[in-house]
Unconditional design. Structure first.
Length: 314
């Protein structure tokens, strides 16, 4: 005859044991988060170690998960020469794209200029639109806001051909204007800032108007400082989206001189096949991803504050 023992209920245990059991449950509840974190960190770790492996170690089977002979030949290999083949040595990242001014740094410069310009202009335009829709008695503003929300339901891929035709007719193909101008309208940013501004009392705006401030002055000196947490949160989404933008640049770019980093990486991957070139591709991917990681870490506090204070209350 077996005697079944039951675990005592949590309330019947002493306070010390209850706290221990709660901590144990909390650790088990976080287990899925740790699994997700590992699945995201492992590919980034593999990219980093591959960027610092020599060609002989990259082509080794089975692969090594810790570089045994770390090197920077993925950036520039001093033993590589364009005139003679040297087994185990390929051109580094900075030794390629010689037909482009500044080489690989030209693509990085394009990405920095485009992502910065789009982020600044998109946030300025969205904040001005949100201010007008929220704090002005504009006739038909509800219809305008609903049209902005409706535009979010249209897949952006459906607008590729019309946008390209407009850009081509304006002569903006293969130029910074073709990159930047079509990317300035951001419906989601307008929606986000409208929700945020609804939580700001109208008394501040009315007080500034009584003091004689104009609408442009109110927008710049009153509204913009109040929107700083929300703008910081939206800047992360806009910046990352433009930095990783691939399809639209691929359509409007005709020369290597105007390619951004995603387009340059795609061309590098398609032009050089084989495991011996994997170190160079991973080096380029590492340099392309580092600015996004740094940007997110710098603005992480503002991002969480903007989400918490955004007032998405309807």
């Amino acid at each position: 005859m077996t005697v079944q023992t039951q675990r005592p209920p949590l309330r019947a245990l002493p306070a010390k044991h209850r706290a221990t059991r709660r901590r144990s449950r909390a650790r088990w509840a976080k287990a899925p988060l740790y699994v997700l974190a590992i699945t995201m960190i492992v590919p980034f770790y593999w990219m980093v170690i591959t960027a610092f492996k020599p060609v002989s170690e990259i082509t080794r089977n089975p692969p090594s998960f810790v570089p045994q002979s770390p090197t920077t030949v993925g950036f520039s290999d001093p033993q590589w020469t364009p005139d003679a083949e040297n087994p185990g040595h390929v051109a580094g990242l900075f030794q390629r794209f010689t037909e482009v001014d500044l080489g690989f740094w030209r693509f990085a410069t394009n990405s920095v200029v485009i992502a910065t310009a789009v982020t600044v202009l998109a946030l300025l335009a969205a904040s001005l639109a949100a201010y007008v829709l929220t704090k002005h008695r504009l006739r038909g503003r509800r219809v305008i806001f609903l049209m902005i929300l409706g535009s979010m339901m249209i897949p952006w891929q459906a607008t590729l051909v019309p946008n390209y035709l407009v850009v081509r007719n304006l002569g903006w193909v293969d130029s910074y204007l073709g990159y930047i101008v079509p990317a300035i309208p951001k419906a989601f940013v307008v929606f986000f800032l409208v929700q945020y501004l609804q939580s700001i009392p109208n008394d501040l705006i009315e007080a500034a108007r009584i003091d004689g401030a104009g609408e442009w002055c109110i927008w710049w000196r009153v509204v913009m400082p109040l929107l700083r947490p929300a703008l910081a949160a939206m800047s992360i989404f806009v910046m990352l989206n433009e930095w990783n933008n691939f399809l639209w640049p691929l359509i409007i770019v005709e020369s290597d001189q105007m390619a951004n980093l995603p387009v340059a990486l795609a061309r590098l991957n398609s032009a050089f096949t084989g495991a011996q070139h994997m170190g160079v591709i991973m080096t380029a991917s590492l340099l392309a991803s580092l600015p996004t990681v740094v940007f997110f870490l710098l603005f992480q506090k503002h991002f969480t504050r903007g989400i918490a204070m955004s007032g998405l209350k309807g």
